[in-house]
Design a protein around this ligand. Sequence first.
Ligand SMILES: [Zn+2]
Length: 324
Amino acid sequence: MRAVWISETTKLDWDTATAALQHAGFNTMYVNFASGGAALYPRSAVLPSVVSRDDIARGIQLAHQRGIAVHAKIIAAFMFKVPPSFQQQLTAVNRVERGPDGKPVLQSGQAWLCPSQKANRDFITGAIREILARYSVDGIQLDYIRFCEQPSCFCPHCRREFEQVLGKPVRHWPADVMNGAFTSRFIEWKQQVINDWMRQCSEEVRKARPGLPVSAAVFPELARAREEKAQDWKLWLDRGWIDYVCTMTYTTGLPEFEARVRTQQATIPRQKLVVGIGSWKLKQSGDIASQVAIVRRHGAAGFAMFSYDDFVARRFLPNLAAGR
Ligand SMILES: [Zn+2]
């Protein structure tokens, strides 16, 4: 798999992009379709649509004619491109992640959906259902299917749910779950929440389009992903909820990159490993080629570069046919 991520779906010129990617030797596009509160396609019945024109169906057709698969990427918890008014609305009814001070957790000014709330998880499963009914995509990829890496979520709903599982009230909230008697229980509970969400998303895809690949973009170091983000991606693979992972191995140093690929390969079967390359961090096209060569040497299923938008801004695309 020779893939590239595309962030700015609403600004994408599908004709130019698919022609250029075909020419450069790419065969897969991971395109943002929805986030925790926004549909990047028109007329969604599930989420506010941030676009009115539908270029996607025709775009997928063009991609297919050019031998490129299109996977719909869904940014599960992060409110990417979510209209401020909708964020405020969800914040007012306590549906966003909250930090230890009770304030909404923000990244680049955007809030996060609280993953423990069913109504929030339903946004994403609903979007998956809608996308699969409407577009002939070749796969579904979940991204940001996790808690925010900042200490979270300490919203009233999370407290209630956790106390129910614990079977007693937490006297000092959030101190007892941050650095106290219930810290590890809280981490376990958060993992359970995300695992359930991942399973629900997977079931949605399997039901609608059996055999369609499901993947997840994940933090590459498994122990830290589990501990800091409640993202237990190895379990998701073991349970068959996802078919492969894209490990966001965004490092510039070649020895470090290779060491990480080696660790990932020792953790999961190599045919289930697509290595994410942080091409936007790499100044020279030679550096990109070197990382691609490492992925190929280690026999992973493929690689995915972040991002097409960056390549457009820099006016170049690495030629993948070279050295293959
Ligand atoms: Zn919460």
